[in-house]
Ligand binder design. Structure first.
Ligand SMILES: CC(C)(COP(=O)(O)OP(=O)(O)OC[C@H]1O[C@@H](n2cnc3c(N)ncnc32)[C@H](O)[C@@H]1OP(=O)(O)O)[C@@H](O)C(=O)NCCC(=O)NCCS
Length: 184
């Protein structure tokens, strides 16, 4: 079964070769790369390699990551507005980590929250997820606001615990359990 989710405004499915140019373009934007693992020197070849390494049906096995595109369902061909990375924990069963990136042209419209909500719903209801975690740099106000808007539970701060781009940085960790997600 290949992942294919739809929301009010978005279609969510694994990245394909056709996404490489748009994906590369927004990854190179300084504000997008600032708190992420890549830099503004991200290349089309980097994107092609990432896409080629995707799990076959788009679903990550334990210890793997998959990258799903957020596409505007109303546009033909559907425009890529961003992506969500879904990682399956290597050590704990039914435990996933999510990371999200939007093209700056499409930020401030609720697409990240809409995409994450659909993916959390699907992982919890259809894929047996027990716990989903997200983390963000303590200086990344946009992602912290997003995790709070989704009502994820703040689990703690890893204070200056991450050597990142030449400095010690603090990470804020959030999580939600299936029983919490369905609580209201
Ligand atoms: C983190 C990131 C995805 C958040 O994007 P975002 O656009 O702020 O998040 P959303 O898509 O949920 O949009 C929420 C905003 O849209 C507004 N909005 C407009 N229309 C909306 C709608 N129909 N529904 C919901 N929100 C809407 C909200 O009010 C909110 O704006 P505000 O922050 O000014 O209050 C984005 O900043 C990003 O890609 N950053 C770079 C990559 C990165 O650092 N990612 C984090 C790594 S985990």
């Amino acid at each position: 079964m290949r992942v294919h989710l739809t929301t009010e405004r978005l279609v969510i499915s694994p990245l394909t070769d056709a996404d490489a140019a748009a994906f590369t373009a927004y990854r190179r934007v300084p504000e997008v790369a600032r708190y992420q693992s890549w830099g503004t020197d991200y290349t089309l070849a980097d994107a092609a390699a990432l896409i080629a390494a995707q799990p076959v049906n788009g679903l990550p096995a334990a210890g793997e990551w998959a990258q799903w595109g957020l596409r505007l369902g109303t546009e033909r061909p559907a425009a890529l507005v961003g992506d969500i990375a879904v990682g399956a924990d290597a050590a704990q069963p039914d435990t996933y980590e999510l990371g999200v990136t939007l093209d700056p042209q499409h930020q401030g419209r609720g697409y990240a929250a809409e995409g994450l909500t659909a993916i959390i719903d699907w992982l919890m209801a259809d894929h047996g997820a027990h716990r989903i975690v997200m983390q963000g740099d303590a200086r990344n106000a946009a992602v912290l606001a997003l995790m709070r808007r989704l009502r994820l539970r703040h689990e703690g701060s890893i204070v200056e615990g991450d050597w990142f781009k030449g400095e010690w940085t603090t990470l804020e960790r959030f999580a939600v359990l299936r029983r919490e997600w369905h609580a209201d």
